[in-house]
Design a protein around this ligand. Structure first.
Ligand SMILES: [Zn+2]
Ligand SMILES: [Zn+2]
Length: 358
């Protein structure tokens, strides 16, 4: 009797977990609990189809598609923190994965099980906080290769922390669901450290059948090392700035790029926020707001850099300060457009940028 109860309880748990994996909240609300089997089936089917269709589009080889997974910064907001997905030649490469990145990937139906590599720009937590969840969820949802995690020196230490924190969790999953469903050999990730060239020249860190990722040192002092990345395929170039000032290496590496995904800070507003906090006696916050202005790029400088480098399209991410969606274009786009005459996109979580291939 007790055995049967445990069996039912275990099945119920699996059903609930599967439900959580596949049912969007809106579907649950529409269904008005308790759910009938037909409602569950219809919702699972709809979600499956949405995921398949998204994967089909993103993994198609006729374009490079960049998805802004997270466009926030360390300052609290409703955006996920820094994370950018690049789909190129059927590959899913992820650049940074701050807090909220895995939830955003799920909400956007990105094919997390097919992720091949993560590239970290530096080791501020708003760029790697979700690494453990990315590794774990991609494995649970079908990843059948060890996930490669690239980064400058320090990446092995960061990854080792996540590997240790998730060791018990992964053991439970394999023990419960079996090696066939949760193969332990693919549960983890492997660090791929590299040494950036400090002069700002790029170094190739990934080269797979014509898809090349190069890293270049940027200036995010006192954070060191810190890099940006350049993805090259089929004569097209996507540059991801990481966190940096308007450094010469970013300008050089962005020359004629089809797309520059760049962090953006509205320095004048941050300075006003600093002064307001000083007046209110919030000394620690004022101090932080003062300090962060020295290692990010102001929107006007970014516009000038993009114009000088003849960047074809500019996408703004890592938006500081966080402002409501409706205000962001005014705050960020206008000062960029004064200097840069190409297309500027103020990023939202989920913004897609498509670069057709010849
Ligand atoms: Zn940073
Ligand atoms: Zn950051």
């Amino acid at each position: 009797m007790r055995h049967r109860y445990l069996l039912i309880s275990s099945r119920l748990k699996i059903a609930l977990i599967l439900g959580a994996l596949v049912l969007p909240t809106s579907a649950l609300l529409r269904a008005q609990l308790p759910l009938g089997a037909d409602v569950v089936l219809a919702n699972v089917k709809a979600r499956n189809e949405a995921r398949k269709e998204t994967a089909r589009k993103l993994l198609a080889k006729d374009a490079i598609t960049v998805v802004l997974v997270g466009t926030g910064s360390p300052l609290p907001s409703d955006r996920a923190q820094a994370s950018t997905a690049v789909f190129v030649d059927g590959r899913f490469l992820l650049f940074d994965c701050g807090d909220g990145a895995s939830r955003s990937i799920d909400a956007l139906n990105l094919p997390i099980g097919q992720i091949e590599a993560v590239f970290l720009t530096h080791f501020h937590s708003d760029h790697f906080a979700d690494l453990g969840e990315i590794i774990d969820r991609s494995w649970i949802q079908g990843r059948r290769q060890v996930l490669a995690v690239y980064g400058p020196s320090g990446v092995a230490e960061v990854l080792d922390g996540f590997q240790r924190a998730y060791r018990l969790e992964r053991g439970y999953r394999t023990a419960h669901h079996g090696e066939k469903v949760m193969p332990s050999e693919f549960a983890g990730a492997a660090a791929k450290p590299f040494a950036p060239d400090e002069s700002g020249e790029s170094v190739t860190v990934y080269d797979q059948q014509g898809v090349v990722v190069k890293a270049f040192a940027v200036n995010h002092a006192p954070v060191h090392p810190a890099v940006g990345y350049r993805v090259e395929f089929g004569g097209k170039v996507v540059v991801i700035s990481g966190d940096t000032t308007a450094t010469a290496s970013l300008a050089t590496q962005s020359r004629d790029a089809d797309l520059l995904v760049a962090e953006a800070m509205k320095m004048a507003t941050v300075s006003q926020m600093q002064k307001a906090n000083e007046q209110l006696g919030n000394d620690a916050i004022a101090h932080i707001l003062h300090d962060i202005q020295s290692y990010h790029i102001d929107v006007e400088q970014l516009g000038a850099l993009a114009e000088e480098a003849k960047v074809k399209r500019l996408a703004l991410t890592h938006l500081v300060p966080p402002v409501p969606k409706a205000v962001a274009p005014l705050l960020f786009k206008r000062p960029v457009s004064e200097k840069y005459h190409g297309e500027t996109v103020v990023g939202e979580d989920g913004t897609r940028l498509v670069i057709p291939l010849p």
